[in-house]
Design a protein around this ligand. Sequence first.
Ligand SMILES: [Mg+2]
Length: 325
Amino acid sequence: MPLPERQLIARIRMMGGRKSLIGDDCAVLDPPRGHELLVTTDLCLEGIHFRRDWHPADSVGHRCLARGLSDIAAMAGEPLACFLSLGLPADIPQEWVDEFFTGFIKLAKRFGIPLAGGDTGESPHGVIADVMVVGSAPRGKAVRRSRAKPGDSIYVTGALGGSAAGFERLLREARRKSKDFNRRERRGFAESGKKTQRDPHFYPETRIAVARKLRDIASSMIDLSDGLSTDLAHICEESGVGAELEAEAIPVARGATTEQALHGGEDYELLFTASEKKRVPTLIAGVPVRKIGRITRERAQMIWMVTPDGERVAMPSGGWEHFGE
Ligand SMILES: [Mg+2]
């Protein structure tokens, strides 16, 4: 049984420290002078975006907030505050709720933002987490999806496919029904372990610091939440352009396949374009940046792959599938 709302809030305030703003009817935010506000919302549903028997509770909390933070990074913004509305089944152990908040608040603290408000209620079917992140960017400097120009180079941060590879390992493990999984099932939910701590599927990084440095470099930008093929298609669609990728140049995460790097979701790296005239460092805020292709004039928003032997093939867009199936 989870704690009643008032006790839950008292507990969260304790966890959030002095930074926690919960206490009034509204949060009062003070955006930096000359900034515009950025607002993003994300809905995380048990059984669709996570499973309680697969994902440790602190990983679920981390992942819910990471999605919103990554959207702020995609616009080259600074996070200001986050909000969380949580629907909890009546029979969920308070221990799960505590661990969820541990993961959520740990990530919020890392970026120095308060959990500034939210709501709780009973959910008839599974955990529902509705996360909102408010951020800001200097007026006119938020990077959009719609400003990619033919001839711009295409870049990506970090390595891709790590989250999809982690997810497939999880599936294989579940199928094998190892002792560990049976133990987790008896307990009703997964435990956080050494094995998962550094796995990008369970605890993805978000690229706020990298994005900040791209404010005056990138012509367009998006975060890789659905996968390179799908998210590049979003830039092409919004900008009315096509793209050409060098198959060889795409950075594949250790343990991942090229397929996973192209179509796997939830890597939360940044995909951006920049004019050829801009100097783009190969390392930004400690994260490698790779040039992977260029924007073309094609109106049909076609994405081509250039193979090592110079062949040009159309890239199918294979998006991210959720855990539902
Ligand atoms: Mg996004």
